[in-house]
Design a protein around this ligand. Structure first.
Ligand code: ATP
Length: 471
């Protein structure tokens, strides 16, 4: 009896707190900035807030108590997330467009009772029109930035073509663009390509457009210096390190290139012993002068170049694989001139202008001569072309560079000196012809020397004399 009256006393307060809770919930739903929309388990609309009306433009009075299926059929919605949730019994999010152009993000969540029966679907609606607009704007801006970047690097490349490197070849344009891109970082670069293709020019370009441009650009031709001297040239020596050494010692090129660029030309010709030392210098950023036990810190960007097939040299054990990977962080390959014939006329005009200025001439070339020069395969690449143009210009009697000035080796596959040529000149022409033809086949002066049965230094000297190799 006493207990019954206690229950009766408690009942109104539980009811009160439930009422209080309901009021609170109603206030929360009403005040939500996101739209809220609630149906029962069959999709009958029970409740929606002001934000929902604002976002969708649909009034509560139009849809209250109606089933979502009927509302879709009546054209209020083209798709109903509530119906998807009822079907799939899981939370679902979709994007919708309302009021013609308002983008909304709609998320429906199922609520289950204790028996697992679906009894409510709560839908949250967020107006994301501004967000989508911002996202589109961002995408547009990104695309525009990319376009400007591409245009800028193209313009830079064009500027370089006009001022330093002459080319209209797409392959070379890509090489120049890559060189510009990597100019600012200090990664090592390995430039490969046949002799005379412009490897040194590219190395200078990278240096010139990089952060170290005011710093030294030090070049060493690993093939041109005798092996015994190469080590002291590269790493320097202490006073009295060997007979003939300067008393005060001498810094090596590595030291001189500190904070700048060290250009190792013909790196494929570096003896194995020096490859080890070079690897150590690159890895540890330290060198030791010949005859010294003291380490010196050096910080130089290495740009190496070679016309040799280093991968083959690694197979034959004449080039260290670890050094190769240290050098070719950025590999750049220059195509031979015969693979970019479109550059030949441009280069011809460039060199004619250069030598006209240099010699104070006013010479010009006939179009049919340009055609003939384009046909030729240029085994010595741009350097050979430059030498041929110079030779034609200095030997031309008048102002026109005519067909008879084109060297016989270019005209004629079965070359023979012309009748009446002085013997000395005929010998020179024959030598130049043999060297050119042989080099075209083997692409190595060492091999040419073997095939022609003379020593390497003689071949090299003759190649320089005939403009097939640089001095
Ligand atoms: N695209 C170019 N425009 C103008 N001049 C060029 C171009 N390419 C090469 N040259 C000129 O051709 C000559 C040879 O170029 P460079 O010395 O850079 O070639 P290389 O590949 O380093 O040769 P090697 O392998 O024999 O050392 C140079 O006089 C250079 O100025």
């Amino acid at each position: 009896m006493g207990r019954g009256s206690e229950d009766a006393k408690q009942a109104p307060s539980e009811l009160d707190s439930s009422k209080e809770l309901l009021k609170e919930l109603g206030a929360i739903i009403r005040s939500s900035y996101d739209g809220m929309f609630i149906t029962d388990g069959d999709g009958v609309v029970l409740r929606l807030n002001d934000a929902y009306e604002r976002i969708t433009g649909i009034k509560a009075s139009e849809i209250m108590g109606k089933n979502m299926k009927c509302l879709v059929e009546a054209g209020y919605f083209d798709e109903s997330v509530t119906l998807h949730v009822i079907e799939k019994r899981t939370t679902i999010t979709i994007n919708q467009t309302v009021k013609k152009d308002r983008k909304i993000l709609v998320t429906g969540t199922p609520l289950f009772d204790e028996q697992g029966k679906l009894f409510r679907v709560v839908t949250n609606v967020r107006d994301i029109t501004e967000l989508v607009q911002l996202q589109n704007q961002l995408l547009k801006t990104k695309a525009q930035t990319l376009k400007y970047k591409t245009e800028l690097s193209h313009l830079r490349a064009m500027h370089i073509q006009n001022h330093e490197m002459v080319t209209r070849s797409p392959k070379m344009a890509r090489v120049i663009e890559l060189s510009m891109k990597i100019a600012d970082v200090d990664s090592n670069v390995l430039i490969t390509g046949e002799s005379g293709t412009g490897k040194e020019l590219i190395a200078k370009l990278i240096h010139k457009h990089g952060k170290t441009t005011a710093r030294p650009f030090i070049k060493i031709n690993c093939a041109a210096i005798p092996e015994q001297l190469l080590e002291s040239e590269l790493f320097g020596y202490e006073g009295g390190a060997f007979t003939g050494a300067k008393k005060e010692g001498k810094p090596g090129l590595f030291e001189l290139a500190h904070n700048g660029t060290l250009f190792l030309d013909e790196v494929g010709d570096l003896p194995l012993l020096l490859q080890v030392k070079l690897l150590r210098a690159i890895q540890e950023k330290e060198i030791m002068r010949v005859g010294s036990t003291r380490s010196i810190t050096v910080n130089a960007r290495i740009i190496a170049a070679t016309h040799r097939d280093i991968a083959k040299m690694i197979q034959h054990g004449t080039f260290r694989e670890d050094l190769y990977y240290r050098l070719m962080v950025v590999p750049i390959n220059l195509p031979p001139l015969r693979e970019r014939k479109e550059d030949v006329p441009l280069l011809i005009m460039h060199f004619i202008e250069k030598f006209n200025k240099h010699f104070g001439y006013n010479k010009r070339i006939l179009p049919e001569v340009i055609d003939k020069l384009v046909e030729y395969s240029w085994p010595g690449n741009v350097r050979e072309l430059e030498n041929v143009i110079e030779r034609m210009m200095v030997t031309a009697a008048g102002e026109a560079l005519t067909a008879d000035l084109v060297p016989e080796t270019i005209w004629n596959k079965n070359f023979l000196p012309k009748k009446g040529t002085k013997l000395k000149e005929a010998v020179a022409q024959t030598e130049a012809y043999l060297l050119t033809e042989c080099y075209k086949e083997y692409r190595s002066w060492q091999k040419v020397a073997e095939v022609l049965g003379i020593d390497r230094t003689t071949v090299f000297r003759k190649a320089v004399r005939y403009g097939l190799e640089k001095k």
